[in-house]
Design a protein around this ligand. Sequence first.
Ligand code: KG4
Ligand code: ZN
Length: 340
Amino acid sequence: MTSPLYFLALESSCDETAAAVFTNTGELLSNVVASQTELHARFGGVVPEIASRAHLRNLLPVIDEALRKANLALDQIGCIAVHNTPGLVGALLMGVSAAKMLALSLNIPLIAVNHVVGHIYACQMNDPRPMYPCIGFVVSGGHTALFHCADPLTTRFLGGTRDDAAGEVFDKVAAILGLGFPGGPNLEREARTGNPKAYHFPRTFLKEDKLEFSFSGIKTAVLYTAQGQDAKTSEKIAPGPTRANIAASFQQAVIEVLVGKAIQAAQQNGLTRLAVGGGVTANTPFRELLERECHAKRIELFIPPKELCTDNAGMAALAIEKYKRGEFANMSLDAEANFL
Ligand code: KG4
Ligand code: ZN
């Protein structure tokens, strides 16, 4: 039996410094994430320079831990993978520079992975069912985007948000409601005791055929509901049933739009498989609604376990597919903020 090829992958696109080790057969041996949440919390959002500096501090310890957990030494690694797009350029550059240095010094191949396509690929890790062709849906802090995915590396953009991404609007609404950073998980927690039918917030484009999203209207609607028409008061809404009801009604409106559009995308493209990834996919009511609606519409649903939804380096296992095709990067590899 030939011994497996071991990949070491790095992620540094935003505010998580992450390293993972996996084999060429897709077995994930370690997946270590150092979150910077506490560093950014007092600013209410990710501060790019702070993120880059934290990556610089955290990358080598995170790599060490990923190797230790995989029970491997650095010289047993046969390929380096790194997310080089999209994200904060200064943050991405930290991972890209470390990856180049590792590939060069170990004299092994380097593979560049698109972080967004990686979010889709993560849906079939640990899942034996064939996933392609499918609709890939990335719902994260930076993207709300639908793709036609013929295979892991052949993706065609179908449509996305015109303004905020879904995760971004969770974060902004959490800030309006005084729920702090990170917004998404805090808002989900607040919504648990609220009534999702208490307020009717807009479901923009839901009844239209186009595969587009817009979340700026709902953000304004929540602002007016929480702080009065014209948002004249700068005081945060007090904790209590009203705040929980606003949170629950907001979450319900957003997840209905997300699920509705994903199903439309599958139906319009004659596909019966849907793969949903990205940080917002960690939201339990969203997962439950996806499961219910996909079941009703006979669409096969692929969602990663929660730890593979938010940013991590394990999702760079897409590099295995690139390795098979000989798609290697060289030392001129650069970081790109946008890929669409
Ligand atoms: O994929 P991700 O970790 O980073 C990006 O690539 O953007 O997604 C982060 C986003 C944040 O906006 C965060 O608030 C949101 O995902 N998020 C959630 C939940 N967990 C993370 N949104 C709603 N509910 C959650 N439980
Ligand atoms: Zn992401």
